[in-house]
Design a protein around this ligand. Structure first.
Ligand code: ADP
Length: 780
């Protein structure tokens, strides 16, 4: 024991260990865990060890869930679901509230258990993970209570399969289970194989509060168990984990009709401008990348610093780095614990070495690391250029890259120079600059002068290859609810004659241009094939349509990409264009009616399409975001942003109204669209070119490529510059559109043909946008 005088002389930290006795007692009493299915634990079988990453010691034996275990859990959840959904919102709220209360009572126990199993410092689990998990259950008890008022007409999906990673074990569980239960779903959750313990403790709490059997089921195991859950007959899969596995799950669930939300990897920029509070930004880095061993999917792992302050900032960062306390995570003075597993530690080490080999300089904390456990010294890779693997790959460890930029434009360009789009942290005392950068950075969550802020009231989730769907707040609830099924519609009457028909223009209705051209970038364009195809109705040829190809789709995407000004213009301006479009359609209503009649479609579509254009003109400046109620001294904005370029593959019948019902909401929200109209009745869409031209619709906002539907759809689904795809058609095409979208993890919406007369509303706008959450702190 040092004397008081010695302590005062050295001003060193004394040991401040949190006791693990209670948790060790709990673990000792159990020894091995089975799965939690239908309200009880199964007998442990096929077990593997879960270890304490700080020491390598085994904590408990965990069962490896088989496909049969998963099937039994899904059965139990299926049986329990109708009754659970039938409870009043208030009754479900009481259960969620009871869960919150019980978690709160055991907060200390859970924090220690989390730290033992995951290795994160007790300060993090005690002050961040567990309180947030509790807050999630309280918040969602509220949503259950308000469900009927706030989400009228929506229903739960049914049984949800939920797969979570090891970095925030209990918090991720809360993010997944609380909204699912509030909405009336039942769940089968698979925790990560490295960190199953808090989920199992949660299962005990479910039993203890008397949650009806089968409402929550926990099946433990590794990726094989996860894959079995993905394949099981569930109604929704919610996955958080790596982009690689997310992509696999996207492919595996394609065409299954299962709803899907993915929260995947990130390579988040941490942008420090010259006028930033540098000391605060240094602490931001500590918080973002070191306190959590960098094991946070949204960690600001790419530090971009303005050249003017780069030296000062790097020096201060290095000073702080040298003072980090790495060691026993149960010690309350520890800043950083071990990496979660030996495998993960090796991965981090390999990527850091690759970063060094590619030219970056590694600076690491020099303190002694504990001999046992999977510790890795925190550090910085300075001067990693954009192509360095350390700049492009997710390290998921306590090492950030540090690069400089000169201008705000360069900062944005570097920030967006990634496949991911999970989060970003922007440091500047100039709010105008910071908000301007926030609007340009492609990420689902943006923290200004802060980092890693979460709250149950705000949405969290990514863009691009960081996935789709949001957790938290109203958006998170919507992910666990579905709308009523639309009324189906009879099959198309006209037939698609795909035989190429070289050259000649169709016979003309003088009022409507029938020259078979595509519409790309606001101009009529010959198809690359130089060919057209016959359009027939009731066996008679009624005209020709251009035979578009992959090349035409690529040209159209490029034109749409260039029309990015559309997303930045005001809602008012977009409304003006849509009103004008409605007016111009109105002036030509009779021509469209006769064209529809000629094709064997319903002429009433013309009038309904005009009404739809007015409707979305009305919405263009009214689909507002929100200010979320989160933590103190924080304005948390939720902004509805367009995806960018969308591919819209239209239904085969309802050639005008089906097209308009999908394209109009997409462009009203600021997206640019490459549309593939009905293959069998494309002429109603190609007749629109002149209406677009006379309506001041900027070139490239709507592009139309006619031709073989699924070939064109496939090119759209595979295109990396297309951010979302909507596909209406047969099962085979829907499966293809979803599977092919896995490449860059596009958001997809696939549907079978429907009655289009009532196909409008908020749901279309919600699906045409992605929420960007911006956290703006205040305080003098
Ligand atoms: P991480 O790199 O964060 O461990 P993973 O994506 O490998 O991310 O793991 C996240 C979760 O997904 C874990 O619970 C893991 O067991 C599970 N998992 C791994 N492989 C698959 C798979 N093929 N299908 C479903 N789940 C999987």
């Amino acid at each position: 024991m040092p004397t008081v005088k010695e302590i005062l002389d050295s001003m060193d930290y004394g040991p401040a260990p949190e006791s693990s006795a209670e948790v060790m007692g709990w673990l000792g009493a159990r020894g091995a865990f089975g799965h939690y299915i239908d309200g009880g634990f199964t007998t442990p079988a096929d077990t593997f060890a879960t270890e304490n990453p700080a020491t390598g010691a085994t904590l408990a034996q965990i069962s490896q869930g088989s496909a049969e275990d998963v099937a039994r859990a899904v059965d139990a959840a299926r049986k329990a679901q109708p009754k659970w959904a039938k409870l009043s919102g208030h009754q479900r709220a009481k259960y969620l509230y009871a869960l919150a209360r019980s978690l709160q009572k055991r907060a200390r126990f859970l924090a220690v258990l989390e730290t033992l199993d995951n290795g994160k410092p007790i300060r993090e689990s005690r002050d961040v993970d567990i309180p947030l998990a509790i807050r999630h259950f309280y918040h969602h008890a509220g949503w259950a209570e308000m469900l009927a008022d706030e989400f009228p007409g929506l229903a739960p999906h049914g049984v949800c399969g939920q797969i979570i990673p090891w970095n925030f074990p209990l918090l991720m569980l809360a993010w997944k289970i609380a909204p699912a239960l509030a909405a009336g779903n039942t769940v089968v959750l698979k925790p990560a194989e490295q960190t199953p313990l808090t989920a199992l403790a949660f299962a005990e709490i479910c039993a203890e509060i008397g949650l009806p059997k089968g409402v929550v089921n926990i099946v433990t195991g590794d990726g094989r168990t996860g894959a079995a859950l993905t394949a099981a007959p569930v109604d929704k899969i919610a996955f958080t984990g790596s982009t690689e596995i997310g992509r696999e799950i996207r492919r595996a669930t394609a065409g299954s009709g299962k709803a899907l939300t993915l929260e995947l990897g990130g390579k988040s920029p941490f942008v420090v401008f010259a006028d930033a509070d540098l000391d605060a930004a240094v602490e931001g880095v500590v918080d973002a990348i070191w306190f959590n061993q960098g094991q946070v999917c949204c960690a600001g792992s790419r530090i971009l610093v303005a050249e003017a302050v780069a030296n000062t900032f790097t020096e201060r960062l290095q000073t702080r780095l040298s003072k980090l306390r790495v060691g026993d995570p149960l010690d309350k003075c520890t800043d950083m614990g071990p990496i979660v597993s030996a495998t993960q530690r090796q991965r981090v080490a390999a990527l850091v070495s690759a970063g060094e080999a590619a030219g970056a300089t590694l600076v690491q904390c020099e303190g002694q690391l504990p001999a046992a456990g999977h510790f890795f010294a925190p550090g910085l890779l300075i001067g990693a250029d954009p192509a360095n693997p350390a700049s492009t790959e997710e390290i998921f460890g306590p090492v950030a890259t540090l690069t400089t930029f000169r201008t705000p434009e360069e900062a944005v360009q570097l920030a967006n120079n990634t496949r991911y789009g999970l989060a970003a942290s922007i440091w500047s005392e100039n709010i105008t600059l910071a908000l301007d950068i926030a609007s340009q950075v492609k990420a689902g969550v943006i923290w200004m002068n802060g980092t890693n802020l979460f709250d149950a009231g705000a949405g969290f989730g990514g863009m691009r290859e960081s996935g789709f769907g949001r957790e938290g707040g109203r958006e998170g609830m919507l992910a666990y609810l579905r709308g009523p099924s639309p009324k189906p519609r009879p099959e198309a009457q006209a037939s698609f004659d795909a035989a190429p028909h070289p050259g000649a223009p169709g016979k003309g209705d003088p009022a409507i241009d029938r020259t078979p051209k595509l519409y790309i970038g606001g101009k009529q364009a010959r198809p690359d094939s130089g060919q057209s195809y016959r359009v027939t109705a009731k066996g008679t040829e009624i005209g020709l349509a251009p035979l578009g190809s992959r090349k035409d789709i690529r040209n159209a995407v490029e034109a749409a990409h260039k029309a990015s000004g559309w997303g930045k213009t005001t809602g008012h301006n977009r409304a003006q264009v849509l009103y004008y479009l409605a007016e111009n359609l109105s002036a030509r209503q009779r021509e469209f009616e006769s064209r529809l009649r000629e094709m064997g479609a319903n002429p009433a579509e013309a009038e309904a399409t005009i009404a739809r254009a007015f409707y979305y003109a009305a919405w263009a400046d009214k689909f507002d975001g929100a200010v979320k109620s989160t933590t103190g001294n924080m304005v948390t904005l939720a902004i509805n942003e367009p995806f960018g370029v969308m591919g819209v593959v239209c239904p085969d019948d309802a050639p005008l109204l089906g097209f308009a019902s999908l394209v109009l909401p997409a462009i009203a929200m600021g997206n640019r669209v490459v549309a593939v109209p009905s293959a069998s009745m494309p002429l109603a869409a190609t007749d629109l070119y002149q209406v677009f031209d006379t309506s001041d619709l900027p070139g490239g906002v709507v592009n139309i490529v006619t031709g073989p539907k699924d070939e064109l759809a496939k090119t759209l689904a595979q295109h990396d510059d297309v951010a979302a795809v909507w596909y209406c058609g047969e099962a085979e095409g829907r499966t293809m559109a979803e599977a092919e979208s896995a490449g860059n993890l596009k958001a997809t919406w696939t549907m079978s043909n429907r009655d289009w007369t009532d196909a409008q509303g908020r749901d279309f706008l919600t699906r045409a946008t992605q929420v960007k959450t911006i956290w703006v702190p205040y305080g003098a």
